[in-house]
Design a protein around this ligand. Structure first.
Ligand code: GZL
Length: 364
């Protein structure tokens, strides 16, 4: 690792230590955390561990460089913009984590909005929170593009924006301070490795794609396809269709694929909700999910991990949504004058038949 990256990683580790988060994860490799089954306490499991941080600029983004003012979070109005409706455990856990950390820190006022998967609404949500006096914004972007009107409104009021969860195509340390989230390409690669293990590297796999227009879907697809091409030419991708990250759509698409592609022996769902929808469709068609049709997905929801325990599912790669501690720790360091890396990448666990029963408590 270069000296520079070591320094920014050290900055990220310090950031976590200040927030009382497990700094040990700073030295954690991005590798398979399967062996590190989460502790039984859900609070421990809630902690996110930084794997690496990358900064385009010399030493990250400072308050001065961003053009914002110091802020004491205890006397601050903070706005959180959620992107998708909270019928997905990922979204429920993400919003809860932000609310819980704000309460723990004693933030004077936390405004929260939910864009219900509508970009125009996320823009107006953010503008509304700015009009209500938000002095810091934490945003889970719906799409990688299109948020400019909201970012410009924040910039006009010198209100910093911390993005979590999905990466936006904008200028760091100008339109937003930093991105906190997972390495989604790596998630796709790890899902492919789990699929190769479950299928022996042979068969016909269908991919249930996430929603379009965001880096998560793009990267999870790229990571999976590249890994399969490199390691298992015997696994043929016979279908790629979006289930829009929802259980209902995942079930509908799987019902159609069972008819149109009867030779499918494996499903890679780009989130657990679509994977669980596929399980329902497969069972209704008289198939045996987890056995004659292998299922691998990404997120780490309790329902999916319990399906592994029940033998109806094969593997889940975590995409940890519990951004509260890290987001507020990052804000505290930012207001303390520290340089914040452009990207702060968290590590994600993995579940399969070897650890699901013992580590389901760490799922959300
Ligand atoms: C990942 C997040 C994805 C989840 C899905 O950070 O953006 O969106 O994996 C959710 O469950 O819909």
């Amino acid at each position: 690792m270069t000296k520079h990256r070591t320094r920014t990683l050290a900055a990220a580790c310090l950031l976590l230590a200040t927030a009382g988060l497990a700094a040990s994860g700073c030295s954690k490799s991005e590798g398979d955390d399967k062996a590190a089954a989460p502790s039984s306490s859900s609070q421990d499991a809630a902690q996110q561990q930084v794997t690496e941080s990358a900064t385009a600029a010399a030493d990250g983004c400072t308050l001065t460089a961003y053009g914002a003012q110091k802020l004491d979070l205890k006397n601050a109005v903070v706005g959180f913009s959620q992107s998708e409706k909270e019928d997905n455990p990922f979204r429920i856990a993400e919003t809860k984590s932000i609310k819980d950390e704000a309460a723990k820190l004693g933030v004077k006022k936390l405004l929260t909005t939910d864009a219900q998967s509508q970009l125009p609404k996320q823009i107006s949500d953010i503008q509304d929170m700015l009009n209500q006096g938000a002095q810091l914004l934490i945003v889970a972007p719906l799409n990688s593009d299109g948020l400019e009107p909201a970012l410009q409104a924040a910039a006009a009021k010198h209100v910093p924006v911390i993005t979590i969860d999905r990466k936006i195509n904008a200028t760091s340390c100008k339109d937003y301070v930093t991105f906190l989230g997972s390495d989604f390409v790596k998630q796709g690669q790890r899902a492919a490795d789990a699929m190769i293990k479950a299928t022996g590297g042979k068969g016909q796999v269908a991919i249930l794609l996430g929603s379009s227009g965001n880096n998560v879907t793009t990267d999870r697809t790229k990571g999976f396809l590249d890994e399969i091409a490199a390691k298992a030419p015997g696994l043929k991708v016979v279908a790629q269709q979006t289930g829009d990250f929802t259980r209902d759509k995942g079930q509908q698409v799987m019902e159609q694929l069972i008819q149109s592609k009867p030779g499918i022996t494996a499903v890679y769902a780009e989130n657990d909700e679509m994977g669980l929808g596929a399980v329902t469709a497969l069972k209704s068609a008289g198939k045996n999910p987890g056995k004659d049709v292998k299922i691998v997905s990404v997120d780490g929801t309790r329902n999916a991990v319990q399906a592994i325990v029940a033998g109806r599912y094969n593997a889940v790669i975590e995409s940890n949504p519990r951004f509260g501690p890290l987001a507020f720790a990052t804000a505290q360091k930012f207001y303390g004058g520290e340089a914040i890396p452009e990207n702060v990448i968290i590590s994600d666990r993995a579940y399969d038949e070897t650890n699901a029963k013992d580590s389901v408590a760490g799922a959300f």
